[in-house]
Structures are given as C-alpha cells and as structure tokens.
Design a binder for this molecule. Structure first.
Ligand SMILES: O=c1[nH]c(=O)c2nc[nH]c2[nH]1
Length: 472
C-alpha cells in the first residue's frame, strides 16, 4: 500500500462518538487531511465535490492540481467513514491459535496452547510469518491502533515493531516479561535479565525516532513475575514514563494464585488484593492498561479509579475461556476509562467489531444475572469503547478515535450491502452479511453493521493519512 504524499479530501457521511452514549452523524461533509502531518485540518459542512474543488481547496491554500490533492467522494447512503478501531489488548504471537482453546480455562490454556506457541516464535522466520499476517488481518478489520504483546524473545519483538512501522499500523509493542510460572523453556532467567531485555526492546523502538510505534512495559501478569521483577518494571516505568500493560483478575484460580504467591509480608501492601500487588510494585499508574478485570472487588475498582489506571474489556476472551462477565457499567460508573480488546487468542477473533457486539451481549448477561437493566450497553456505547474509549486507554486521547480538527486521520470507510428493487445486491458491492434496503435510519444502519458486519464491510483503512488497507 503506498504512502500518500498528497493532501486529501474525503467527502460523504462521517460517523463518530462525541460522548459515551452519542454518535454524531455528519452528512454531506468534507474532511481535509494534510499530507505532511496526516492530521485533519478542516471539516466543512454542506460540501460536495464541486464545492470542495472550487471553495475548500483554495481556502486551504492548496494547489488544486491532481498531483497535490486527492479527493475521495462517496455520497452513497450505505457508505460512511468511521474512526479506526483501537484494540487495547491482543497477543500478536498467539494469532495462529485463534479459535483453538477447547474447553480450557486460563491456567491450563496457557500451559497447553499458549506457552508452546509463543516459545516457538524465537524462530524468526516463523515470527515474521505470524506477525506479518496478524498486522494484515487486524488492519483488514479496521484496527488502526493495536496494543500488542509479543513474546519474551527480543529479536522477534523488535521484528513486530518493524513490521508495524513498515505496514503503517499504529502500535504499542510489549516484550513479555515472565521469570516464573512458565515452563523452563519459556522463562526469563532472572529479574535482571527480564529488565535488560525489556530495555533492549525499548531502546530499539526509540531509536527509530518516530511515534507511530511505541514501546510498552509488559509484565505478563503477577503470577508469572517475581515481586522483584514487578518492582524493577515499576521503577522502569517511573524512569521512562512509558505505558504499561498487564492482565488482572481474569479467572478465579488465577486470583487465588496471586493471594498465595504475594502475601502482604512480601509486597508490603496493606491488603492481599490483586490490584494492590501491582500498586505496591509501582505499576498501578495512569499509564497502566489492565486487561480483563472480570472479578475485581469494590476496593480494587476504587483503587484503580484513584490511580487512573485503564481497563481493557475483552468479552470474546472472557466468554471463550470461561473467565466470566466483566461489569463494564460498574467500572464506567467509577470513572474508569475502558476500551475494548480482542485478546487474541484467548479471544477467538481479530475483529474489534466482534468484540463490540460481544460486549453488548455480555452486558445483557450481567443484566440478567441480577445487576439490573442499567448494566446493558448500547450499540453507541460499545462503538465509543472501540474508538474514543480505546484512545483514552492507550494514551492517545485527542490524537485518534474521532473526527475533529487536529486529530490524525485514522479512519475506515465502511460499505454495507445495498439491496436493489429486484432483491439483488447492488452490483460490485459486497456487503457481506449486512443488507440495507434503503428505508433504514442511519441509527438502524449502524446497528445492523454492529450486529452483522465484518471485514467485508471494511473497504479502506487509513492510519495517519496513509492508506494501509484496501478491500479488493
Ligand atoms: O487472556 C490471557 N492471555 C494471556 O496470554 C495471558 N497471560 C496471562 N494471563 C493471560 N490472559
């Protein structure tokens, strides 16, 4: 996919979240994107192709020749631009295992399926095959930003960063730190080694002198790290101001293990909760991305809110490996910033849209479980979590996740299937599972997309103005 050096104008319908519960629909609108920065520099209402060429281009001071400005205009009532999705939690290294988890639960799933696959990616040609594919696949589903876990291997982790840069996907790249619990063949030898290998990856990414791909400190989860390692990573986070990602309170046996491994005498914490272990190690900061949080206690949720740590909700994974139903409304009510994660391959799908629809359904199970109707999430809310919420989780609020002047053009063009009078789909338009008859409101079209859409609806994807996926 080529890097566009041209200024760009997009014309059509733009849909994005303005608040948790509100989608804004901007019809007959033009958005201008600067070639040099990839940022939105103008949003022009009531604008068609003619007005864009004759009024907007001169107003922006752009040369109107075709070598300077590229215009994409779609006035079809079944196509719209939407912000790129933000996947706040996924394991690039586990991609070959999507859908393979049997009836396992977290701790046996890790030993049976996950550690052997991750260890095998020290074979760099295998890592290249897997990582190239996961980037291509997630881009094809509209994921413009991904918070990736790689493996413990430095070379393979650095390769993931390079491939993201090459393909143009915005990413956080984490070398996995683990010095206990894993099999002998897949462990850091000591906290010191874990720290120095992490620093190698951080330096490698920083030397690239760009900010599309950033390093993230990644203690796998408390049970896989000695407290010494957790503290060292907490100190590194403080020194470097880098983001951190880990798992928390996903599975009941995991929580029991944390209590066993981290008694208060060892951590110096005032209690033996999972969140307090991270807090005692200096990891519970506003840059921390906590995946899952299914079984958090009131005390822990309050602590997370106080520390301004973020939560990645991973409903597909939580259902697939039988972890439980996270109470997202409750977390949001505490003021915690929440985004969506596919959590491949605990999660079975590379699609944030799938995570969004699963988030809706899981919230209904929370409601049915007695938490009352308020627990139910709407289509609008899960789309917020997949875009603006996600941006807040990965530290990119105000940069991506919406259509505002100054934000970067991380976007997707969505096309639904338009059914003609004869009952056939409009020629040349593959709407996948989504049939639009023409009488639906825009709210209804969006709901149809959320419940039935997939990558067949993701026609084009841009990151920072660069076209990074086009569906042929
Ligand atoms: O869903 C998960 N995936 C993982 O790889 C993992 N490691 C620890 N805890 C985990 N949970």
């Amino acid at each position: 996919m080529s890097t566009s050096r041209k200024n760009q104008i997009f014309i059509g319908t733009f849909i994005h979240s303005t608040t948790l519960t509100t989608l804004e629909y901007l019809h007959n609108t033009a958005i201008a994107v600067s070639a040099s920065t990839g940022k939105i520099i103008a949003i022009e209402p009531e604008c068609d192709l003619h007005k864009a060429k004759t009024i907007l281009v001169p107003k922006l001071g752009w040369d109107s020749g075709p070598t300077s400005v590229e215009i994409l205009s779609t006035q079809k009532d079944y196509q719209f631009f939407f912000p790129g999705f933000i996947d706040t939690h996924l394991h690039a290294s586990q991609y070959p295992n999507v859908g393979i988890f049997g009836n396992s639960t977290l701790l046996d799933w890790l030993n049976t399926y996950t550690f052997p696959l991750e260890a095998s990616l020290s074979d760099i040609s295998k890592a290249k095959r897997v990582y190239s594919r996961v980037i291509k696949k997630t881009l094809s589903h509209g994921t413009t930003t991904a918070a990736y876990y790689a493996t413990i291997d430095v070379t393979a982790t650095n390769l993931l960063a390079e491939l993201c840069l090459e393909r143009g996907q915005r990413a956080l790249i984490g070398r996995v730190c683990m010095d206990q619990l894993g099999p002998e063949y897949y462990l850091d030898e000591s906290p010191e080694e874990s720290l120095s290998k992490t620093k190698e990856c951080v330096d490698f990414i920083r030397e690239k002198k760009q900010d599309l791909v950033r390093p993230v400190i990644t203690p796998r989860f408390a049970p896989a790290c000695s407290f010494d390692l957790l503290k060292k990573l907490g100190d590194l986070a403080k020194e470097t101001d880098l983001p951190i990602q880990t798992h928390i309170s996903e599975n009941k046996n995991e929580i029991l293990l944390v209590k066993e491994l981290f008694p208060m005498e060892k951590t110096g914490a005032k209690d033996d909760s999972y969140a307090s272990v991270y807090d005692a190690a200096g990891l519970l900061t506003e840059k921390m991305i906590l995946a899952h949080g299914v079984h958090l206690t009131e005390f822990e949720a309050d602590l997370i809110a106080e520390r301004k740590s973020k939560v990645s909700h991973c409903p597909c994974s939580n259902s697939a490996i039988t972890s439980g139903a996270a109470k997202v409304r409750w977390l949001l009510g505490k003021g915690i910033v929440v985004g969506l994660g596919t959590d491949m391959s605990g999660g079975y799908s590379p699609s944030v849209l799938e995570a969004a629809r699963h988030a809706v359904l899981v919230s209904r199970h929370v409601a049915m479980g007695g938490d009352d109707e308020v627990a139910k999430l709407s289509v609008e809310e899960v789309l917020y979590l997949g875009t603006k919420g996600g941006a807040g989780v990965v530290g990119l609020e105000g940069t991506v996740g919406g259509f505002e002047v100054g934000m970067e053009w991380d976007a997707q063009l969505i096309g639904l299937g338009r059914v003609e009078d004869g009952g056939e789909e409009e020629e040349g338009e593959d709407g996948g599972n989504v049939d639009v008859f023409g009488w639906e409101s825009w709210q209804e079209k969006i709901a149809k997309w959320v419940y039935n859409g997939d990558d067949r609806n993701t026609k084009k994807v841009w990151v920072r103005g660069r076209l990074v996926h086009e569906r042929k």
